[in-house]
Structures are given as C-alpha cells and as structure tokens.
Design a protein around this ligand. Structure first.
Ligand SMILES: Cc1cc2nc3c(=O)[nH]c(=O)nc-3n(C[C@H](O)[C@H](O)[C@H](O)COP(=O)(O)OP(=O)(O)OC[C@H]3O[C@@H](n4cnc5c(N)ncnc54)[C@H](O)[C@@H]3O)c2cc1C
Length: 700
C-alpha cells in the first residue's frame, strides 16, 4: 500500500521509526545482481504483484527476479556492428576498430567550428556568478541559447536543428562544462534524454516533423522516469497510462521526482505503465506530453548540493489526457527506448567532465606556479606535482575517450554502447577525483566560494563549486554501481550465450548435457586464443613509437581479463552475478584499457596533424598509460585478493543493528523530520511552480 497524503496529514506508511532503525525486510543473499533473471535473463513478461485493486495503481511489491527481468527486457540483445570495447572483455583487442582515429568530414567541421565560435562569444557574456548566487539560469541565457540554436545542436537540419552530430555536441558541452555545469545539464537533459533523442530513435516521421522543430527552436524538454519508489529499479514504476475506451487517448497518473528541466519545460517524455488488456500489450511506455496539459502540476523546485541553476521539479500527473499518437514506439518499449537513447546520450556527462578537467588543469597550472610556500611554488613540491600530473594526464585521456566515442557514434559503423557506458562510468569518477585534487591544491582557497574570494579582492575561482557540481554525475544517468552491472552484463554476454544453460539450475540433465557440449565447442575455440597474442611480440604496434609498449600491455591485459572472467564464471557459475566486487573490477579494468588505447590513438593523431604537439601529446599519453597501469594492476590483484566477503559479512551485521552501539554519543538532527521515502505532495506546495522562460513554440 502506498500513500498520497500531504505532509502533516498523518501517515504511518514508510515513515521512519523514531529511533531511526528501520526493521529490515527478509533478505536473500547479500547484494542485488546483474539484470538477468533465471539463466541470467529471460525476455519474460513481468509479473506485477499488486496490492492495489485498480489498473491505475499496479505495482507496489516487486521482487528481485522481476526487477532483473524488466532490466533484461529493456536490454538491446543484438550486436549488429563490431564493438571495440566488447572485444576488450573477450581478449580480442582489435586496434583497427579505432585506429586510425576517425575524423569528422570537412563540412561538419566547418559548421561545428562556426557554432563553437558563436557559443564561445555568447558564453563570455554569461554572468556565472549570478547563476550560483540566484540559483537560477537567467531567462536571457535561455533565450540566448535558443537564438544560437543550442537546443537543436544534435537535431538534423531537416528538422530545424543544427545537425552538428555527436562530436560537436560533445565539444560544445565541454566548453559549457568549463563555464557552468547547470547550463550543461540543461542542454544535455533536453537533448540526450529529453524529447529529441527518443523521437529521432523511435519516433514516426509525423512525430519528428511535429516536435523536433519545436525542440530545436527552444521548447525545453524533460525526461520523467524517476518516482519516489523508482530510482535504479524501473520495475517498481507506478505511473500509469490507461487507454481510453475509444483508444484515442491515454490517461496518465503518477508522481515524478527530480525532473531536470521540469520546472521550465514545454515538452515532457513521460514513462508510464500501460496495463495489459485486449488490444494492448501493455508495459512501460514513453509518451510525449505538453508540459502545460491540464492535470500536470510542478509542485516544487528541488535544491541540491550542486547544479544550483538546475530547474528540477517534483511533478504530478492527475488524469492527464494524452492523444494516442503521442506514444513513442510501441507499448512496452519505453525502457528499451530510454536505454537505447542513452547509447550515445551517455556521452554528454563525459564531455562535461572533460571540460571540467581542462578548466581544473588551467587553474592548477596557474595557481601552483603563483603560490609560494616553504620557499617554492607549491607546484614544485612533489605531493602537489603528483596531483598536477594526475589532472593533466587524466584530462588528456578524458578528451581522448570522449572524442573517440563521439566520432565512432557519428560514423555509425561501430556499436558504441559499451564505449559510451564506460565513458560515463569512468569520466564521472575521474572528473570527481580531479575536482577533489584541485580543491586540495588550492588549499583553504579551494574550500572558499568564488563569491567570497571575489569579495576579499582575490580571483573568483569556484573550485568548491566544481566539486559540488560534478558529484551528481556518479549518480544520475546510471549510478556507478548500476553502470558496473550494466557493463558487466555485456562483458559476460558471450559466456552467457555459450554457457548460460549450464548455470540454469532448472535445466533437465539431458538439456544440461547438450548445453555442456555446445559450451565445450565455444570454449575449445576461444580459450586457446587467450594464450598468446600480438602483445607478446616486442615489435608489435611499433608505428606508435614509445607508446607501443602501452598498446602491447592493453592487448595482453585484455586476454588476461578475459581469462579472469572465464575463471570467475567457472568458479561461481550462476553465483557470479552476485559477485558485485569482482564484476565491478572486471568492468573498471576494461575502462582503464579503453582509456589507454584511446589516449595512444589520439596522441598518434595529434602527432600526425600537429607535429609541434607530437612530443607533448606522447608525454601525456605515456604518463596517463603508466598511471592507468598501476590502477589496472591493483584491480587485477584485487580480483582474487580482497576483503569483499569480510565486508559483506560486516555490512550485513551493520544492517542487523549489531553495531548500533558504535553510533552512541551523537545526535541525528534528521530524526523526526519525515519518512525516508514519501509520495506525499508537500503541504506548502499549493501552487504550480511551472514557468515559461522562452516564448512557447507550440502551435496554437
Ligand atoms: C539532480 C538530479 C537530477 C535528476 N534528473 C532526473 C531526470 O531528469 N529524470 C529522471 O527520470 N530522473 C532524474 N534523476 C534521478 C536519478 O536518475 C536517480 O537519482 C538515479 O537513477 C538513482 O536512483 P535513486 O536516487 O533512487 O537511488 P537508489 O536506486 O535508491 O539507489 C541508492 C544506492 O543504491 C545503489 N544501488 C541501487 N540498486 C543497486 C544494485 N542493484 N546493485 C548495486 N547497487 C545498487 C545505487 O547505486 C545508489 O548508490 C535525477 C536525480 C538528481 C539528484
């Protein structure tokens, strides 16, 4: 049962008990698993266990199996194009898939560079201090971005957009990321997950003609998936879309949380569950909805530790009538569309992180040379020098990963879903570390706000703001933990295809024998390929000069990683899906290998294009590869030697309250302030805070 009471009206559902210790639900074994269900995933119809009666409120209890089935059903199953990163996990390092580095055509370069020049000129006029101070992007900035065509960067020219492609969209976000992350989030929420991308992917021609020109002109859009009960686990989705009797409309009901751009949006993509009935296959579906449709209320604007300019709302939909032609794709395809949208959409965050890295590098360089302590510029003290080297080398790799993935996306000849997922995972983690190191290098000034520095007459460097702004990247668009699972699922896909039946506990003996023979055939061909490879030859990849050694390492380690994954499969079989520590390390090793390969290929390209920069590009790639190798070796070691089991036992006891005494001697000011999770609309949220910042683009 769930409640929809207003705060203060009294509710005993899911309210935190006064002592703060919530009774634990019965647990299975520790740690949720990869998305697949039985035999790691069947494309099965989700069983919805409801404690509500009407179709309009179907889900409150969803077990782990159902959650996994939903995630698996949303997964793209097929691989139609080659994938460089998938090969890395299989011990098949195929450099020819990324080298020579792909390049944009001359026409795209010309248009892209012209746009970047205009964007730069515009961004120089934006008062970023005002955004932070007022916690709002000024309306004039919205309008300026719309006038530039920034809301249609990725939308094809035929539909009124700039048609810049992924690569220049990324470059624009990199530039914007260096100025203000809230503007980056506004544009990427609109274009990477908002209305345009799902439409371009799964919309009909009529839908594209109807909405894409509006999106390009500045009809800000938002993506509404998350609900109070739905974060990483979309199987719990409760918003409903009930078809009308005549089939002409759907009626939408539900509460959507953390709707980025929701406060100012003109168009929404809403994920809602269509109940199964005659003529309706049902399932989670995507709808385009006018943000000012009757029944939609934005109850409040949420505030966060960072991204203070974000127009993020709590939105309710009550009896919202949406024409049937606003359904994108088919019923039940909503999550798949959302996930496929993210194939390239996930590159926005890495692009913003690359911008943050470049800005951090500039500040670290200038400040560390200027600030003198203990007789030297701080940058000459070894401890600070290490941080500067980390920032410089990692920034080079961040740009390498973003540009390579963006180019591969534009070429559309390779499957980049793993590359983009790795880029999101790795860049969000590295961007955060870079910002943290920058704060440290700046000392006390790193902790001081830009406004306070300015008021004291010093340069207004917002290092603490960067740290706050970047933190969310590890949580939204797939948290680091979920990205680990998502990528691990792809990394072990070949094994599941070959040997999945073997680990299905429900399989009959005869079928198991058949599966063993078929798996034996796969492994008899595949395992010998992992014994030796090009990376064992001292002259391999010689065309990369001093970087060849790093590519040989990547090739060797890719095989080692594939062997380790196989050992993990053999050792834990079906239980591997619960070894989140092991799987996360496998994924992280692949991310490091991808970043090293991308850096070497980029350095080689820079050397060919700009001989003056060859030496420094090689130095950056070399240093990055060395730093990365240390991380990789540690991860490889920890695959088999770690504290995972001890930690999981301890965590389990923590959850059981065995160590509650350790919390003695403190006060918890959050106690009594509200339940952990509520769908209640706040008592003070009486009016709709939705507002328009640019003139509506919709037809009268
Ligand atoms: C500023 C901001 C903007 C946002 N914008 C949007 C938006 O525009 N549209 C939208 O729909 N949503 C948006 N979100 C929601 C965002 O996508 C979610 O916060 C995110 O998906 C995580 O969900 P959650 O916060 O409910 O965490 P939970 O799912 O409750 O997870 C809590 C923790 O458990 C971990 N965890 C969960 N499941 C597993 C598992 N199976 N294995 C291991 N670890 C697990 C998570 O990684 C996390 O660390 C936004 C959120 C914020 C804060």
């Amino acid at each position: 049962m769930t409640c929809r009471h207003r705060a203060g009206e009294g509710c005993d559902i899911r309210c935190a008990p006064p002592n703060g210790v919530t009774p634990r639900p019965t647990r299975a074994r520790a740690g949720p698993a990869l998305s697949p269900g039985v035999r790691w995933g069947q494309n099965e119809e989700v069983r919805v266990s409801s404690t509500r009666e009407s179709a309009a409120s179907p889900v409150t209890q969803v077990d782990e199996q159902e959650s996994r089935a939903v995630a698996e059903a949303a997964r793209e199953q097929e691989w139609r194009k080659p994938s460089f990163a998938k090969g890395l996990y299989l011990g098949q390092f195929d450099l020819s898939l990324i080298h020579p580095h792909p390049r944009p055509d001359a026409e795209r370069v010309e248009r892209g560079e012209a746009f970047l020049a205009d964007l730069e000129a515009f961004l120089r006029t934006v008062d970023v201090a005002e955004i932070e101070r007022e916690a709002r992007i000024p309306d004039a900035v919205f309008q300026g971005l719309a006038d530039l065509g920034a809301f249609g960067m990725k939308i094809p020219v035929d539909y009124g957009g700039l048609g810049l492609g992924q690569i220049y969209y990324n470059h624009a976000l990199t530039m914007i990321g260096s100025v203000n992350a809230s503007i980056g989030a506004l544009l990427s929420a609109h274009q990477s997950v908002g209305v345009p991308e799902p439409l371009m992917l799964a919309g009909t021609e009529e839908q594209k003609r109807r909405w894409l020109p509006r999106c390009a002109a500045g009809a800000v859009s938002a993506f509404l998936l998350t609900e109070p009960e739905v974060g990483s686990d979309p199987a719990r989705l409760q918003a409903t879309a009930v078809p009308s009797e005549d089939g002409a409309e759907y009626v939408l009901d539900g509460t959507k949380l953390w709707t980025t751009n929701g406060v100012v949006a003109e168009l929404l993509v809403v994920m809602a569950r269509v109940p199964k009935s005659d003529g309706h296959r049902g399932g989670i579906s995507a709808f385009i909805v006018e943000a000012d449709a009757p029944g939609i209320t934005v109850h409040r604007r949420n505030a966060f530790m960072g991204l203070r300019g974000l127009e993020n709302g709590l939105t309710s939909l009550t009896g919202v009538r949406v024409p049937a032609e606003n359904l994108v794709g088919q019923e039940g395809q909503g999550l798949k569309i959302a996930l496929t949208t993210l194939n390239a959409g996930r590159l926005a965050i890495p692009a913003i992180c690359a911008g943050a890295g470049k800005w951090s590098l500039k500040i670290a360089r200038e400040w560390s040379a200027a600030r003198v302590q203990w007789g030297r510029p701080v940058g000459e003290h070894a401890a600070v020098a290490h941080k500067i080297a980390f920032i410089a080398a990692t920034t080079f790799a961040l740009e390498a990963v973003v540009d390579l993935s963006g180019m591969l996306a534009d070429e559309d000849r390779k499957d980049i879903r793993i590359e983009a997922a790795l880029a999101k995972l790795w860049a969000s983690e590295m961007g955060w570390r870079i910002a943290d190191e920058l704060v440290q290098i700046r000392g006390g000034r790193g902790f001081e706000t830009a406004e306070s520095l300015r008021a004291r007459g010093e340069r207004a460097v917002g290092a603490e703001q960067l740290l706050r702004d970047l933190r969310i990247n590890r949580i939204f668009e797939g948290s680091t933990e979920i990205m680990h699972l998502l990528i691990a699922r792809e990394a072990v896909d070949a094994h599941l295809t070959a040997a999945g039946d073997l680990i299905d506990p429900k399989l009959e003996v005869a079928d198991r024998l058949k599966a063993a023979v078929s798996a034996g055939g796969f492994y008899a061909r595949w395992l010998p390929q992992l014994v030796a490879g090009k990376g064992d030859l001292p002259t391999a990849y010689d065309e990369f000069g001093p970087l060849a050694t790093h590519l040989r390492y990547v090739e060797r380690t890719s095989r080692k990683l594939a062997r380790a994954t196989f050992y993990g499969m053999a050792r834990w079989q079906g239980g591997l899906e619960r070894r989140q520590g092991f799987l996360a390390r496998v994924v992280d090793i692949g991310a490091e290998l991808f970043a090293v390969a991308a850096s070497c290929v980029r350095a080689e390209m820079i050397g060919a294009d700009t001989p003056d920069q060859r030496r420094s590009a090689f130095q950056l790639a070399h240093t990055f590869a060395e730093q990365s190798r240390h991380r990789t070796e540690r991860l490889l070691h920890e695959l088999w030697d770690n504290t995972d089991a001890t930690d999981e036992r301890l965590a389990s006891r923590v959850l059981d309250g065995d160590y509650a005494w350790l919390e003695d001697g403190i006060l918890d000011p959050s106690e009594g302030t509200g339940p952990w999770i509520t769908e209640a609309i706040p008592a003070d949220a009486t009016e709709d805070v939705h507002r328009r910042v640019i003139a509506p683009t919709q037809e009268a």
